[in-house]
Design a protein around this ligand. Structure first.
Ligand code: FES
Length: 240
């Protein structure tokens, strides 16, 4: 891959949508995400050629059976030169425990073009709790969109998460209604508690939770609490 990299055309082409690989055999576990991650090390302009050749190698290794994660690792070990090999193996080791069939099903539900991307990303986050890198790679390949474009999308929308959520989510209202009812001291107290003991707590601030009648309002794991109740609930989850 190193030599190919040198010869790569400078002008990048958008990745071609993929559908042929899954027809050659069933992908199991994270094999498809790993295969796509491996291809990320190949320059865009040559990725289509590599995809075809490596899919053939994969089919030979699978001997007519399903494509397994082990087959992809074998290809990387046998065919990919350093430093690409180390990069890929490291990326494999940090891949989340995501069922890529879930992502595939979501993609099937949104067969359109780029106008479907936001809906797809929302659906992935809803199913997985966040948007894993391997899911982005699959969306990039299936929709023919640059990975960098998808990264820009998920990092510019606050609603998207690229890391797994912590066990608890605490959303504190920072709006005017809650502010006048003593929301700020509650927020400061919660911030103190969470930073001292709350490694499993994600603390978020919003402008209004839409329940100003219980101000100062706090949402804990989707349940609404008023100020004092929220303090008690936070203490409970910190000490559980
Ligand atoms: S201002 Fe806090 S819930 Fe509306």
């Amino acid at each position: 891959m190193a030599t190919i990299k040198k010869k790569a055309a400078k002008k990048e082409a958008a990745p071609a949508p993929v559908s042929q690989a899954s027809a050659a055999g069933e992908w199991t576990g994270k094999s498809q995400a790993m295969f796509e991650r491996m291809l990320q090390e190949v320059p865009e302009a040559l990725r289509g050629i590599f995809r075809g050749k490596l899919t053939q190698v994969l089919a030979q290794k699978a001997k007519g059976g399903p494509f397994a994660e082990g087959h992809v690792v074998e290809i990387v070990n046998e065919m990919v030169p350093e430093p690409f090999k180390s990069n890929i193996l490291k990326a494999f080791s940090t891949m989340g425990d995501i069922d890529m069939n879930v992502v595939e099903e979501i993609l099937k539900k949104y067969p359109g073009g780029q106008e479907t991307l936001i809906s797809i990303l929302h659906a992935i986050q809803e199913q997985c709790g966040y948007i894993p890198q391997e899911a982005l790679i699959m969306v990039s390949q299936k929709k023919g969109v640059f990975l960098s474009t998808l990264y820009r999308l998920v990092t510019s929308y606050k609603a998207f998460r690229t890391t797994p959520p912590k066990k608890h989510t605490v959303t504190v209202c920072n709006g005017t209604g809650c502010h006048v009812k003593g929301g700020n001291p509650v927020l400061r107290e919660l911030e103190k508690k969470v930073s001292a003991n709350g490694s499993q707590i994600t603390l978020e601030k919003v402008r209004c939770l839409g329940c100003c009648d219980v101000s100062p309002a706090v949402m804990i794991n989707g349940e609404l609490y008023g100020g004092a109740q929220a303090q008690a609930k936070i203490s409970e989850i910190i000490h559980e």
